[in-house]
Design a protein around this ligand. Structure first.
Ligand SMILES: Nc1ncnc2c1ncn2[C@@H]1O[C@H](COP(=O)(O)OP(=O)(O)O)[C@@H](O)[C@H]1O
Ligand SMILES: [Mg+2]
Length: 354
């Protein structure tokens, strides 16, 4: 029997839980040719959501990942190669010929597929490519804020091309403050350009039904306590719900007597080396800041808390929190949260040991 829980890749069909309202909102926006920006921390399910919404409604789209771009050239390369990969073999050569008017493309075919190099481009390349591609596809830009970090000017030019295109664009991103700036600050090029969806977690009752259905189907029993432990520890963040359910399922298929806390300990200790490494690379005040978040309910900046955790002043804590946010370890969403709830649990465990 295969483990029915899937993490770390796009989930579809019965592996995809709910998100009905969000799917409706996406379809509505795309049908009316408006633009959309979807914001959430990593691993909440942005990519899976958009892909499910568009696929289920037969809307052709291209998915462009904006992380790890080094310059405009590489961005154009990603656009062209993603576009060409989608075309039928016969169309490819024809399109290459067509696109060569705007960008100078070198390409090779191999068993793995096609590889594209943009040898030369000019001022109007971006314009022409975007217009050509969006004739047939909705463009989805993943981690869009990275493009803005890379090259503000490129983003400005992109905006001026896009405003003349009668097709939707979808932007996804996980660095909230940058996206808020980009899409809702009057001074930003993308001000008021797209409707914003703040993608939240999936509710506990929906997860419960989802997990139970998987258990029934595979005839493996997770107890009510197991499910409660999974939801508590994962904080209902989609990736971690699937991740923990996966490991609980692996345990329960052979051992019904072990209790949920023991299972969690096993999972955390199998990841210990990753967390150790992460922790070891932090500065003293970053570690203190994390321990404050683990141990204290609130009032992080109070004199008592600072004193107990041996931090000289509130500015130091502020700086440490900002750098942890920059590293993607925590996120401020009303309050500070760990992006990886298992890392938080790991810190709790090592605190208990000392
Ligand atoms: N609607 C969903 N139902 C079930 N699992 C989901 C759902 N959305 C996301 N996940 C889980 O979370 C993981 C990360 O989702 P992903 O779409 O890559 O998130 P993001 O793009 O926000 O980083 C997936 O591999 C899957 O395990
Ligand atoms: Mg993603």
């Amino acid at each position: 029997m295969n483990n029915p829980f899937v993490f770390g890749k796009v989930v579809r069909g019965s592996n995809f839980c709910n998100r009905k309202t969000e799917i409706q909102a996406i379809i509505k926006t795309v049908s009316s040719k408006n633009n959309l920006v979807i914001v959430s921390p990593r691993r909440y399910g942005k990519t899976s959501l958009v892909i499910n919404a568009l696929e289920r409604n037969n809307i052709p789209f291209l998915f462009i990942d904006c992380s790890n771009l080094i310059n405009e050239n590489v961005f154009l390369e990603r656009l062209t190669s993603t576009y060409l990969e989608r075309l039928k073999k016969g169309d490819v050569l024809e399109k290459i010929k067509y696109l060569s008017k705007s960008v100078n493309i070198e390409y090779t075919f191999s068993v793995e597929g096609m590889s594209v190099k943009v040898a030369k481009y000019n001022d109007s390349s971006l314009d022409k490519l975007i217009k050509q591609i969006s004739k047939d596809y909705v463009l989805v830009f993943d981690e869009f804020q990275e493009l803005f970090v890379l090259d503000v000017n490129l983003v400005k030019r992109l905006r001026s091309v896009m405003q003349f295109v009668k097709q939707s664009f979808i932007f996804l991103g996980s660095r909230k403050h940058l996206l808020l700036y980009l899409f809702s600050n009057q001074k930003s090029p993308f001000y008021n350009f797209a409707q914003m969806i703040n993608l939240t977690k999936i509710s506990e009752p929906e997860w419960k039904a989802f997990i139970k259905a998987k258990c029934i189907k595979t005839k493996v029993r997770l107890t009510e306590d197991d499910i409660a432990a999974i939801l508590k520890l994962s904080e209902a963040i989609p990736f971690y719900v699937q991740y923990l359910s996966y490991h609980f399922w692996e345990e329960r298929i052979r051992d019904l007597s072990i209790n949920p806390t023991e299972i969690i300990k096993k999972i955390i200790s199998s990841n210990e080396y990753i967390y150790e490494e992460l922790y070891s690379r932090l500065t003293e005040s970053q570690r203190k800041a994390l321990n404050i978040l683990v141990k204290e309910e609130d009032k992080f900046f109070s004199e008592r808390v600072l004193k107990e955790h041996n931090l000289k002043n509130p500015q130091l804590l502020n700086k440490a929190l900002a750098s942890l946010e920059e590293k993607g370890i925590i996120e401020r969403n009303g309050r500070y949260q760990f992006n990886d709830p298992l890392f938080k649990q790991y810190l709790k465990f090592i605190n208990q040991k000392v």
